[in-house]
Design a protein around this ligand. Structure first.
Ligand SMILES: Nc1ncnc2c1ncn2[C@@H]1O[C@H](COP(=O)(O)OP(=O)(O)OP(=O)(O)O)[C@@H](O)[C@H]1O
Ligand SMILES: [Mg+2]
Length: 259
């Protein structure tokens, strides 16, 4: 089928500094992949390359078998959406109009119904009519998520590749759980690939099918949460003192920092 987004031996330089070093990665609809790693590891940079905003210096990114630079902007916008780490907006726009911006690639579709649906899913319906600039950080984050989902909504469900850079960083506990459960459920519908940067390793353990650990621009570990989130790996790459345990109720690794 070739329905993958595939990075092949990606390297990227800034002057003589290597920001990404021979990274290969495959993202398929149906799964949630968590991108983890210390500050400055290259997670946001990798997202820029995977989404086509930054061409790599070496290697290539293929979407459904075709190099990203062979896709038109319009066709690419229908297949992948991005929620950035710093998604600020300087304009005074109503919440529903920000979300509607996500529908730009679908001019002929019935976008009002889609906007309504993604607002309900993300809990943004309670924010209808509000000025985006006046929302709290967490509220803005949920609106940005709704916008990205609206962009990929087609024939009744989200389709394509959704990239999120720390989408829960400003969310309270209820909304962290709500958003991550939602992303998982949408991915499980089978037509959406979710690639999410997170710092909270416990969130990654609970909701990701696969974890990719970056360090110094290199992919240094990859696998299921059980395979990647062990004490030796985490202590080595994060240089933090921690314990990893598994609760009997949810048999996934959970990480506890030592005081
Ligand atoms: N345009 C650039 N020129 C030079 N260095 C850059 C550039 N963009 C990013 N970097 C550097 O590349 C490294 C990776 O940055 P990146 O933003 O990808 O890290 P990150 O893993 O997302 O970190 P964080 O967890 O803090 O968000 C950092 O050291 C950063 O300073
Ligand atoms: Mg980042």
């Amino acid at each position: 089928m070739g329905e993958f987004l595939q990075a092949q031996h990606i390297s990227l330089y800034a002057g003589t500094r290597k920001l990404l070093d021979d990274v290969s990665l495959k993202l398929a609809p149906g799964e949630v992949v968590a991108l983890i790693g210390p500050n400055g590891a290259g997670k946001s940079t990798l997202l820029r390359v995977l989404t086509g905003y930054q061409p790599p210096d070496q290697g290539r990114v293929l979407l459904s078998g075709h190099s990203l630079d062979a896709w038109s902007n319009e066709a690419l916008s229908r297949r992948r959406a991005v929620m950035r780490q710093r998604g600020g907006m300087a304009f005074s726009w109503k919440v529903e109009d920000v979300i509607k911006m996500g529908r730009a690639p679908w001019p002929a579709a019935d976008s009002a119904a889609v906007v309504k649906e993604v607002m309900a899913l993300t809990g943004c319906d309670a924010l209808a009519g509000r000025d985006f600039c006046q929302l709290s950080g967490g509220e803005q984050q949920r609106v940005q998520l709704a916008r990205a989902l609206a962009q990929l909504w087609h024939r009744g469900q989200p389709r394509g590749w959704l990239f999120l850079d720390e989408p829960t960083s400003a969310l309270d506990l209820y909304h962290q759980q709500h958003v991550l459960r939602l992303l998982r459920r949408l991915a499980q519908m089978g037509t959406l690939a979710v690639c999410v940067v997170v710092h909270d390793l416990n969130q990654a353990a609970l909701w990701a099918d696969r974890i990719v650990l970056l360090h110094g621009g290199r992919l240094v570990a990859e696998g299921t949460p059980r395979e990647v989130l062990n004490e030796a790996t985490l202590q080595h790459w994060y240089q933090a003192e921690l314990k990893v345990f598994s609760s009997p109720e949810h048999p996934v690794p959970q990480v506890l920092l030592k005081p």
